[in-house]
Design a protein around this ligand. Sequence first.
Ligand SMILES: CC(C)(COP(=O)(O)OP(=O)(O)OC[C@H]1O[C@@H](n2cnc3c(N)ncnc32)[C@H](O)[C@@H]1OP(=O)(O)O)[C@@H](O)C(=O)NCCC(=O)NCCS
Length: 208
Amino acid sequence: MQIVNCSKKDFDQILLEIADFWGDDRLLYLHHPILLYEFGNTAYVIKEGDRIVAYLFGFLSQTDPAAYVHLVGVRQSHRRKGLGRQLYENFIAFAKTRGCTKIRAITLPTMIQSIAFHKSIGMELLGNPNEDGIPVVKDYSGPVCAFQTLDLGIALCSAVKLAADLNIDNRMMYTVGVAAKDLKLLDADIIVGIPLSVSGKSPYFDRT
Ligand SMILES: CC(C)(COP(=O)(O)OP(=O)(O)OC[C@H]1O[C@@H](n2cnc3c(N)ncnc32)[C@H](O)[C@@H]1OP(=O)(O)O)[C@@H](O)C(=O)NCCC(=O)NCCS
């Protein structure tokens, strides 16, 4: 299938249908329009008719002879057909014409499929092994910010206060968050659980 540069219409379609590429919209915020407006010559899509089935948004480093893949996504229905590999090969070929000798990308240690894909196209993981033995670069984007944590606490207090105003019994439970982290239910640095109850009696606290 042919690879073409991403248009504004294509970009909008990706944003609207992002869950089909990523499973949900949690990475919508990474799809900044500068990828289209300022790095449009390295923003690629593969289409079937008007429908985008795969895309890669990258750019060339300004500090290093390196190409960087910011996002690569393939629709669920079109995976394992070589589209991801094709997009990478196309970007690498372009980057070589601009003198690049390296290609980089970032993924999370929890994104097993992404890791398998990147390894299969010849990339290697950097960093030191985490508790699961997967190499990670710690604090790549800095440590957890204390102010953001404070903000989270304030937001949580507002949420439980509103629930209380509506007579919904609730608690903030840190242990639920720890369990959710251990079970890898959510990919987050901090998780707090808030059980809600509208029954006559709290399932968590005996008030007799
Ligand atoms: C990762 C992703 C881009 C791969 O795209 P794709 O078009 O399905 O990949 P390809 O068909 O080119 O696969 C090339 C090779 O990668 C490996 N691979 C791809 N997906 C894999 C998976 N889910 N599990 C294990 N290996 C996988 C295989 O070795 C594959 O070759 P094979 O099919 O001949 O065995 C796609 O699964 C996707 O969009 N995932 C969601 C978004 C995402 O995680 N993006 C990357 C984040 S950094």
